[in-house]
Design a protein around this ligand. Structure first.
Ligand SMILES: Cc1cc2nc3c(=O)[nH]c(=O)nc-3n(C[C@H](O)[C@H](O)[C@H](O)COP(=O)(O)O)c2cc1C
Length: 198
């Protein structure tokens, strides 16, 4: 069976990025528990080409590949900086290009970073409704980090660290469930008896 695929979408157009640092911590927690293949789609890498691409048709191949990886992920980790009380416009543009039915039922872990705590509800008021449109399965625990929680691009707050652990655990449960559903079914005892008798 192929390994489960985790795709991180980092909505920050900058490098280094606190959002990226937070996403990396989340993925590290998940990878401690489950063997997964992880890929990152960073706005810092794809943003310029993305801004010049209005439609899915005719996208440069690296952008099409990024969108296909999002659509094929077993788990999405969606992490965005807060811009003007919401997610950046280019972050939304990524999801404007994703097929509307492609994320149905997909587990999505939501995370955001901001200057302070004032816009911590960006997760509930902006990100969660976007994935509600896609009928994705957003995980209950969202993770928000302010600049003071990520000094020098490392998690420096115990509260944030324990939030990462809680949310990663929910992601691990979702991945384990997917893994179990995909595992080949064990032969039933009747079948084993039949084949021994034959
Ligand atoms: C254009 C712009 C708008 C921003 N708007 C907000 C905001 O409305 N609320 C907030 O808390 N922080 C805001 N910030 C701060 C960023 O969200 C914060 O520094 C974030 O951690 C940056 O993430 P990054 O390092 O991954 O790019 C803004 C930053 C920029 C550049």
């Amino acid at each position: 069976m192929s390994r489960l695929k985790v795709v991180v979408v980092n909505g920050s157009p900058t490098r280094p990025s606190r959002t990226r640092a937070l996403a990396e911590s989340i993925v590290a927690e998940i990878e401690r528990e489950v063997a997964v293949d992880t890929a990152f789609v960073d706005l810092a890498e794809v943003g310029t080409a993305l801004g010049a691409s209005l439609f899915r048709k005719g996208l440069p191949q690296h952008l099409e590949d990024a969108l296909l990886s999002i659509e094929a992920a077993d788990l999405l980790v969606v992490a965005s900086p807060v811009y003007k009380g919401s997610y950046p416009g280019l972050f939304k543009h990524v999801f404007d290009l994703v097929a509307p039915e492609a994320l149905t039922g997909k587990p999505v872990l939501l995370a955001a970073t901001g200057g302070g705590d004032k816009h911590a509800l960006v997760i509930e008021h902006q990100l969660r409704p976007l994935f509600g449109f896609f009928r994705a399965q957003t995980l209950p625990t969202g993770i928000y980090g302010a600049e003071a929680d990520l000094k020098d691009y490392v998690i420096s707050s115990d509260t944030l660290a324990s939030r990462v652990t809680d949310a990663a655990l929910e992601a691990v449960r979702a991945l384990r469930q997917l893994g179990a559903e995909r595992a080949p079914a064990a032969p039933s005892p009747t079948r084993v008896r039949d084949s021994v008798a034959a």
